[in-house]
Design a protein around this ligand. Sequence first.
Ligand code: AP5
Length: 240
Amino acid sequence: MAGDNSRSIGPIVLLGPPGAGKGTQAKRISEFFAIPQISTGDLLRQHVKDQTGLGLLAKDIMARGELVPDELLYDMVAQRLREADCERGFILDGFPRTAAQAGWLDAFLEREFFDKSKPGKCLPIVIRIDVDYNDLLRRLTGRRTCPACGRIYNVHLQPPRVDELCDVDGFKLVTRNDDREEVVRERLNVYEQLTRPVADYYRDKGRLVSVDGGLPVDEVFEQILREIRGRAAATVSQGE
Ligand code: AP5
């Protein structure tokens, strides 16, 4: 499918439980529109790896499947969103995850991004990817990731061509520390309690759309593409 890297896309938020396919779809959207994927999980994992102050605080919390406190994330996210590659748009994958984070993000974007003369710079389109609980468990316990390029596989559903090796660069695939079944169950509980209200926050503002994440990856992507293009068309006509 031919990409589209010529116009402003604006902010895109991918919501959904652990394993819904946010990372998988964010990578596709990122390649298609040539806008960055900003995954707070990936950023935090990098902090843990680099043993920064934030990483040291986040490490055990993440290993238990709990959420890192809101106030620890804001500087990290603000700093990333101010980088030049976010100018045409960006995909937030895993943020916001609490109602407080959603309120912070709206305030930040209104303050630093909203500009009526540039229609792409607006409040985010929020796309929630819905998947059944049992499918989520299977997806997460079967997930493997390439440590070099970040490509995501699944030993049950999307295996690599050669067992445990990345199709792209041949690196040995790794299992995430928080994909053990007991931690996965905790992450799904935390999602129900703290992240579901984020969908309500955006629904009340008329900015939430949902897609069926139980379909094959290409079909989920098609649905997302339709939603993004619909929003882009509406934004252009509002700006005229
Ligand atoms: P994070 O890294 O954000 O993890 P998550 O939200 O739990 O989501 P995942 O990455 O597990 O799943 P995904 O939806 O991206 O699915 P994927 O595409 O990989 O967060 C980790 C931790 O960091 C949190 O627990 C928390 O501690 C901390 N954190 C991060 N952000 C935070 C925040 N904002 N506030 C506080 N704390 C924060 O797909 C999963 C599997 O399914 C793969 O194997 C894939 O191949 C397969 N798959 C995907 N799509 C399909 C499909 N359509 N059909 C079949 N299989 C599919």
